[in-house]
Ligand binder design. Structure first.
Ligand SMILES: Nc1ncnc2c1ncn2[C@@H]1O[C@H](COP(=O)(O)OP(=O)(O)OP(=O)(O)O)[C@@H](O)[C@H]1O
Ligand SMILES: [Mg+2]
Length: 260
């Protein structure tokens, strides 16, 4: 099972779109995929047509039951989506209280890692979506994965948010005696603008070794696909955006070996 986390403290950079589109491409390749929503706003669930008000449970219940986790308890919170072989561990607004209620409890940063250890054989890939906020949820999301994908919108000031995110990862990695492996992914690239090529150039100059050497183009099909509650791969399989995410997937697979 390979576990990848999609994170950036900056909002609106394409995190949720990256999770859904990579998941769509993966299931089309016959993989069993679980996506996990750690964002209390539950955008990933809404995107996939799962109403957080109507789910029987959520990731929050598992945080509450952190010291009595069982396979049964975990699978009870996971819901299927309208896409075959794509499951969701949903978020609810209650997740917003995890920091305050449980943030001080010992071992709270490794709950998601322990959850994934119990469902290891059920999925080929797990993709974790993050809120644009540093807190217990992002700590869990970073600690449970083998590779971090950082989408960065190619626009003015893109580097500012990215520097912050990379600093956060280095600090958190140090506290866990590890060095996170990550890939920076330029998103919403629009070559007709001045800002996109300029931002890309800055990324290339500053993050040469960790930058994916390609871009996710701006593509209105992503918004259309989200309105249809479908991964773009299942909405218009041959769009430029889907092609770019397929290339990204090939690259990520070459970087991240997984554990079988
Ligand atoms: N490559 C793209 N081309 C055009 N629109 C895009 C692209 N990627 C994402 N979008 C659109 O940009 C908006 C923000 O994307 P998304 O929700 O994926 O960002 P996010 O980082 O998850 O945001 P948040 O931090 O609020 O969770 C959405 O409306 C989405 O449809
Ligand atoms: Mg999001």
């Amino acid at each position: 099972m390979k576990v990848w986390t999609i994170a950036n403290q900056k909002g609106g950079v394409g995190k949720t779109t990256t999770v859904v589109t990579l998941a769509g491409v993966l299931v089309k390749q016959g993989k069993r995929v679980l996506v996990i929503d750690t964002d209390p706003h539950a955008s990933l669930g809404y995107y996939l047509g799962v109403d957080p008000e109507e789910v029987p449970g959520s990731l929050y219940d598992l945080f509450e039951a952190h010291d009595q986790l069982t396979l049964d308890k975990i699978t009870c919170q996971i819901v299927p989506t309208s896409v075959e072989h794509l499951d969701l561990l949903p978020a609810t607004m209650a997740l917003a209280t995890v920091d305050r209620k449980l943030g001080h409890v010992d071992g709270m940063g490794l709950v998601l890692k322990r959850i994934l250890a119990l469902i290891e054989s059920n999925y080929d890939y797990v993709l974790v979506d993050c809120p644009p906020v540093l807190g217990v949820l992002m700590v869990n999301a970073l600690a449970c994965c083998e590779h971090i994908i950082i989408p960065v919108q190619t626009e003015f000031l893109a580097l500012k948010g990215l520097n912050r995110m990379v600093k956060t990862m280095v600090l958190m990695g140090r506290s866990q005696n590890t060095r996170y492996q990550y890939t920076i992914v330029p998103t919403m690239f629009d070559k007709r603008t001045k800002a996109s090529p300029q931002a890309l150039k800055e990324l290339q100059e500053n993050y040469e070794n960790t930058l994916w050497q390609n871009v996710i183009p701006v593509d209105t099909k992503f918004r259309d696909a989200s309105l249809a509650h479908l991964p773009a791969s299942h909405y218009v399989s041959n769009s430029r955006g889907v092609k770019a995410y397929s290339d990204l997937l090939t690259y990520l697979n070459s970087k991240s070996v997984g554990n079988g």
